[in-house]
Write a protein that binds this ligand. Structure first.
Ligand code: IPD
Length: 334
């Protein structure tokens, strides 16, 4: 211990001494420098070790790529915000899409296809363009290039790139890049959820009267539907809860649940690409997912309650006025 101390910190004060005193100290110093180097230098993996790691988590490489490509997509979105936004509409005058949505989805899909040519895709814009929206057993990337398009168009500062990944119809990982806040959320099945490397944990609140709940108004303007949405919100607000919020992006809403900022987020009318990534992030942060009728969560059903725990989720379910939303995987009408 003494030698270590002397070797590390007193070396320079001995410089003025005669060389015969200096030599043993130099050896001690050298010893600890080598010891430090050994500790600090990252272990280089042998090919065998690399393959072993890969086998231990066969989707790690895909997840790493999702993070890289989400960051790249986020940079394109930020850049596009400075330029003119070209708006088009999809199912109605309030269901918006921009050139950026389409460009970013192309960037993501091309980049993934190049690296993983056998994988499948469900992308919001590809589905709008007529691609099928069917989840098979094949490794599948479920992509919303710009989650929060209306926010993007109006400059409301929450926009996310959402990338979920499923194999055998089971979600394996999720990556949500909240690109205007520059926050990278990730969740890997069985390995936890993180935001910029910090582990996420849902709130431990079980008293509904002490919660903040997120819901969205969606893009359905059928008065009967709007009335059910408001009626549900009114009933929840009057429980009473501390508040009701909405960021305008389902993916970010789910990350809020995962990080404990709110207790729950529910919506009818969302799509699988809005929630696939967030679903992994919420559950890996300790939260739960269920259907709006209290049954099991179904990614393609367009209905979801995500919450910090079952008590809160079930309490919300009691108040939800359900309205029909056609499944994402429903056969296309001709
Ligand atoms: C929308 C957002 C919004 C939710 C809508 C989604 P988009 O996604 O996630 O929060 O209320 O249901 O469609 O269209 O901006 O990708």
């Amino acid at each position: 211990m003494v030698w270590k101390y002397l070797g590390r910190y007193w070396y320079f004060s001995f410089l003025s001494f005669r060389a015969s005193y200096l030599f043993p100290l130099l050896l001690v110093q050298l010893h600890y420098i080598l010891e430090d180097l050994e500790v600090r230098s990252p272990p280089t993996l042998t090919e065998q070790e690399y393959l072993k790691n890969k086998m231990a988590d066969p989707w790690q490489e895909s997840m790493d790529h999702a993070v890289v490509v989400a960051r790249k997509a986020g940079a394109v979105i930020r850049d596009a915000l400075q330029n003119e936004v070209k708006i088009m509409t999809k199912s109605s005058s309030v269901d918006l899409v921009t050139k950026t949505d389409q460009r970013v989805e192309k960037i993501i899909i091309e980049s993934v296809k190049e690296k993983f040519p056998t994988h499948s895709f469900i992308g919001e814009e590809s589905v709008s363009a007529g691609e099928p929206c069917i989840l098979t057993d094949n490794p599948t990337w479920i992509v919303d290039p710009v989650d929060g398009t209306t926010n993007f168009v109006h400059g409301f500062p929450f926009v996310a790139v959402s990338i979920g990944f499923a194999v055998n119809k089971e979600l394996e990982f999720g990556v949500v890049y909240s690109c205007l806040e520059d926050k990278m959320y990730t969740g890997r099945k069985g390995k936890g959820a993180f935001c910029d490397g910090e582990r996420l944990q849902v709130s431990d609140q079980t008293d509904m009267r002490k919660t903040i709940i997120i819901s969205e108004l969606g893009s359905n303007r059928d008065p009967a539907v709007v009335s059910k949405i408001f009626s549900t919100m009114q009933k929840i607000l009057c429980i009473p809860v501390h508040g009701i919020r909405g960021s305008g992006t389902a993916a970010t809403n789910m990350c809020m649940v995962a990080s404990g900022a709110v207790e729950a987020f529910f919506e009818i009318g969302i799509h699988c690409w809005d929630i696939a990534a967030g679903a992994v992030i919420v559950t890996e942060a300790g939260g739960v997912l269920m259907d709006v009728d209290g049954g099991p969560f179904d990614l393609m059903s367009r209905r979801m309650v995500s919450a910090n725990n079952k008590t809160i989720a079930e309490r919300i379910v009691k108040e939800i006025e359900i309205f029909p939303a056609e499944r994402d995987d429903a056969p296309k009408k001709k």
